[in-house]
Design a protein around this ligand. Sequence first.
Ligand code: MEV
Length: 318
Amino acid sequence: MNGQPAVSASAPGKMIILGEHSVVYGKPAVALAINRRFYCRVSRSGEMILNGRRVPAFVHPHISSVINDNGLSGISMDAGTQIPTSSGLGSSAALSSSLSLAVRKLLGRDTDQESIAKDAFNAEWNAQGRASPIDTSTCTHGGGVALNCPVGIGRELWRISKNDRSWNVSEFDVPEMTFVVGHTGIKAPTGPLVEKVRKYRDSNTFAAEIVDEIANITLEGMERMKQDDRVGLGSLMTKNHKLLSILGVSCPQLNKLVECSLPYSYGAKLTGSGGGGCMIALTDHPDKVARAITLHGGTPYIVNTGVPGVQVDVKKTK
Ligand code: MEV
């Protein structure tokens, strides 16, 4: 880098099991961190340097939000990722969370998870125009994270509010479950999809009822997960996919990958904002699901869950 002291950090991607889009309106959601990570290494700089090249400060809204929140106008940042971008797997949340930790450590500021999750949520909000903290809190904390879950499901971590919305963020013990992610290969940025749902919900009571119904099945799914009832959880995931399709955020490729996974799965659904990106299937037959996804034009990843959240990567920090 530039000879300055440097800090390396990484954060995992995530997959939403139930509740995307509805969670933007203060409703519940549940997500798991996955074993694909975003890595960054930062050192002080008067200007914005990304992977060795000088770039305008505003070039990446998540980066500028995190560094501005920490009182900087520039940083030298090397970045690498195992998380496909604009795919519903939390690549921008993992970027924001790992960058926040690295910058805070470099500046000697607090590095508790709550401060990092709040920096990362601000970045997501500024970039998307509207957001919930499900992605950023999951990428920060790791493991399993539930928003606005009932008492008895999780242990409260922190609370995040924005305008008239607020979310209680909790962690929960992740049961043994196998998921396959299927990537359509279609990039679909989150902001426009969140805006599409907002317009539909604001102008149509049927859409508002669908958002409420997603909240109901998300609460039921949390109970099923706690009881290790995969059959029940899977059927709620498939129902959630149908409701998201009615909201207009699925697409033919996502529907195809969901359909072809169902014969070998407890349930399947799109994950994240939709419009392309990825779907997930809960299964005891990951190889069969992966083969079906490949045969139908997708790229499968058999993912591990229960992975750690944001962390300083000590070996790479000097
Ligand atoms: C995107 O991963 C999840 C959405 O619910 C947006 C958000 O919660 O910020 C669609």
